[in-house]
Design a protein around this ligand. Sequence first.
Ligand code: HH2
Length: 258
Amino acid sequence: MAAFVMGVLNVTPDSFSDGGRFFSVAGAVAQGRWLAAAGAGIVDVGGESTRPGAEPVEPAEELRRVLPVVSALAADGIGVSIDTRHAEVAEAAVAAGATIVNDVSAGDDLMAVAAAGGAGYVAMHAQGPPATMQHDPRYDDVVGEVHGFLAAAAGRAREAGCRQVWVDPGIGFGKTREHNVSLLAALPELVDAGVPVVVGASRKGFLGALTGGAAPLNRLEASVAVATWAFSCGVAVVRAHDVAETVQALHLVALEAA
Ligand code: HH2
């Protein structure tokens, strides 16, 4: 399967790097079109920030934010994934044209929605909910535990009937800097397990820590470096805010990609 870039489109007031920038329907649709034009294979629309410390958003409000954007982009023929933890949001987004359910909670209810709607499904690992996940994340063996969790989640998604399944180690979701680096170093093993892999490290906090305190918008080079590493390991999808720059890197390391 060819590798591709998943462009991030946060229709939120509070996302960690782009909160409020694409909060209007018109602004979000324009950004989604730009991400597609820049080479995103799919645009990942989310209406709830899952940054560390984020408060949950009611599904009704999340729907109000994302549905018009999903509908408009899908009507343009742009591939859309829905980034949500809520089954009712996933269900409505798939009905409006989203073709992948991107689930940071790896929940059975969202797997069932993806299967029923004929959508693909991304199962991501997280330790704890966003509000508390970075308080004190602990593992005996982070790589073994995350890979084991993902194998089980992929099995459940297939049993539920999902037509295409990806797994994602969940960089920054209940992980210290060392946990994130260990998981990135172990990407070749995760790829070898045979389920296509998604990685989302774009602009995340551990990159700030590793680059002497760079602010989220100043983490472009670090983000592209991690994307390049991921693609060279055989990862199928990299989730990125800076799509044009990431696609350029992808073309250097995965020349068969579209
Ligand atoms: N990270 C975020 C959101 N969704 N989905 C997958 N599959 N993998 C990820 O690593 C991932 C994700 C968090 O990033 P972002 O959307 O930029 O921020 P926020 O949650 O603050 O909106």
